[in-house]
Ligand binder design. Structure first.
Ligand code: TEU
Ligand code: CA
Length: 571
């Protein structure tokens, strides 16, 4: 039997503050804006809010570059506003978790300023410094061939002391040195305890698999021969001391509070993943499993995409769903976040937007684990329009990729053609797609701000917005609300149950069962038509079928319309 902790049955809603809701007309979302929507979220059925980084930051990576863990980014508000947000969540019976970004800080954090000031500074060893290498011609080279997640080398040369520092992400995101105990204790005090003591209920733990690097810092074997730098995962992810570090953070800090912890570890094998989230390991409660969201993509390079087949998607969903089987671990369900495109664009179809979004709502609310929904997903916001130019893209990940591409191919005669291809991929997969302002109503700028929005609002807000969907009983929003309620009422099957896929080879429909512990009746029977065509429908098991959720008005016993989805309970 699975222990039923509160964080297992919770529905979590992710807020990405800059684009959520602006309260003072400066064009940037803020904490007061969040507070003004809490009743809306409660009404949707949200139990926990996950707020992406709201710490003081130069915003090179939208707050994932923290300048001061103990201070709120002034444009988002004050520490008092944060306290109010915590209290207002609690008074509505909701909880609040924050994003814990402790693999790296901003280069403007005082720790790093001290560290870079001299080789003898007491904080020198709080970050990862290495002397340059020199090639045969005497050119200065980085210490190894590791690539940054944001293009180029993972090492940044710092003239002042003639050494490189490691930064797996942007040049202004130096990696902390977790080998140093003093550093770890400072992280626990400043980043973790500080906010738990103020009443936050836990953390989404950023890049939780990267803290322990192989200390010999070897070159990575070549994965992409055409690239100068190679993914460092082999030596930076799930490193030698990673579990020791997580166990320490758990025993020293998070276990002392009833904190909910969900790790973003990145892709790893089930065996490796279970080491983080088995209850007996005392590390984290759960982690994100990325199999389904990255279907068709290369794990080592987000810009390499090959298309996907429904059978691959089924396999991925099955892997995520079976993750906890026979273990004491727990799992998560999500299909959107601030690093991913909009799910209705990625897995649905523009022509059948609402229908596809409702199908994805049934998918998410019937899978095993804690459910996460990302802002705007509940109204089926779409990717950015394809005809927007690269200038509308603000994410450092996208911009660096584009620059790298331009440096390499800028003078080629077929540059335009190549650029179109890159823009297709960017438009499909860039993180910017989920970062456009939330569409609240049909007033100018989608009701997100009365000022000039910091990033362009998708013009489709006149038809896709919260306000009109609240009024429409058939809206995607009301469908999400209903699905979330049904998920709770059938939680033995939907939240905690095992999964069995019935039509594995079918490339158009996805049919699966959710079973309770003894695999006895009742069962949940889910059928999803992932194609934009009408397909035949037939019940693949015997029993009494009761339809509890469907995204069409009229049920045809023989056919499924494009993107039709049904949830039956079978006795
Ligand atoms: O992301 C970590 C991560 O490895 C990826 O999801 C990454 O964003 C992607 O591969 C880039 O192509 C986390 C945060 O979710 C992300 O927003 C931050 O930028 C990153 O850490 C650095 O803090
Ligand atoms: Ca504002």
């Amino acid at each position: 039997t699975i222990t039923r902790n509160w964080w297992k049955t919770s529905t979590v809603y992710q807020i990405w503050p800059a684009s959520y809701k602006d309260s003072n007309g400066d064009g940037i979302g803020d904490i007061k804006g969040i507070i003004s929507t809490l009743d809306y979220l409660r009404d949707l059925g949200v139990d926990v809010i996950w707020c992406s980084p709201m710490y003081d930051s130069p915003q090179d990576d939208m707050g994932y570059d923290v300048r001061d863990y103990e201070k709120v980014y002034p444009k988002y508000g004050t520490n008092d506003d944060m306290q109010l947000l915590i209290d207002e969540c609690h008074s509505r019976g909701m909880k609040l978790i924050l994003d814990l970004v402790i693999n790296h800080t901003s280069s403007e954090h005082v720790w790093f300023k001290e560290s870079r000031s001299s080789k003898t500074n007491p904080k020198r060893d709080w970050y990862i410094w290495k002397p340059p290498k020199y090639d045969e011609e005497g050119n200065r080279r980085p210490p190894n061939n590791w690539a940054s997640y944001f293009s180029g080398s993972a090492w940044e040369y710092d003239e002042r002391t003639d050494e490189y520092y490691l930064r797996l992400f942007a040049s202004s995101q130096p990696d902390l040195n977790w080998e140093n105990e003093e550093t770890r204790n400072a992280i626990y005090e400043s980043a973790v305890k500080f906010w738990l003591d103020k009443g936050v209920d836990g953390f989404r733990i950023d890049t939780a698999g990267l803290y322990s690097k192989v200390q010999t810092f070897p070159d990575t074997p070549i994965i992409f021969p055409e690239e100068e730098f190679q993914s460092s995962k082999l030596y930076s992810q799930n490193g030698p001391r990673i579990h020791e570090f997580h166990k320490e953070m758990y025993s020293k800090v998070t276990s002392k509070y009833d904190a909910m912890t969900v790790g973003e570890v990145g892709h790893c094998s089930r065996e490796d993943a279970l080491k983080y989230v088995s209850a007996k390991e005392h590390e984290m409660n759960m982690m994100f499993l990325f199999n389904k969201v990255w279907v068709g993509c290369d794990r080592n390079d987000r810009w390499k995409f090959d298309g996907w087949k429904l059978t691959d998607f089924k396999k991925a969903v099955e892997i995520d769903c079976d993750f906890i089987a026979g273990t004491d671990a727990w799992s998560t369900v999500f299909i959107e976040n601030h690093d991913l495109p909009r799910c209705v664009t990625r897995f649905g179809d523009k022509k059948h937007r609402s229908q596809a979004a409702k199908l994805l709502s049934i998918l998410g609310t019937t899978l095993t684990g804690t459910l996460f929904i990302y802002q705007g997903q509940e109204i089926a916001m779409e990717n950015l329009p394809r005809d927007w130019s690269i200038d509308e893209y603000k994410d450092i990940n996208t911009i660096n990729r584009y620059k790298e591409f331009k440096d390499k191919y800028g003078n080629d005669p077929d540059f335009k053609e190549k650029e179109e291809k890159l823009m297709d991929i960017i438009n499909l997969l860039a993180r910017d797609n989920s970062r456009s302002p939330v569409q609240w109503d049909a007033s100018p700028n989608a009701g997100f701000t009365t000022g000039i929005p910091w990033t362009r609002v998708n013009e489709n807000y006149t038809t896709i917005n919260v306000e009109s969907q609240i009024r429409d009983p058939n809206s995607v929003l009301n469908f999400y609300k209903k699905s979330i309620q049904i998920r709770k009422s059938y939680q033995d099957l939907l939240i905690f149950g095992d999964m069995k896929i019935l039509d594995y080879e079918n490339q158009k429909t996805f049919t699966y069962l959710k079973l309770n512990e003894n695999a006895l009746s009742p069962k949940a029977y889910i059928v999803l038509n992932f194609s934009n065509e009408e397909v035949n429908f037939e019940k693949l098991i015997n029993g009494d079928f009761e339809l509890v959720l469907s995204n069409v008005d009229v049920i045809n016993e023989q056919k499924l319309s494009p993107f039709e989805a049904r949830l039956y309970i079978v006795d």
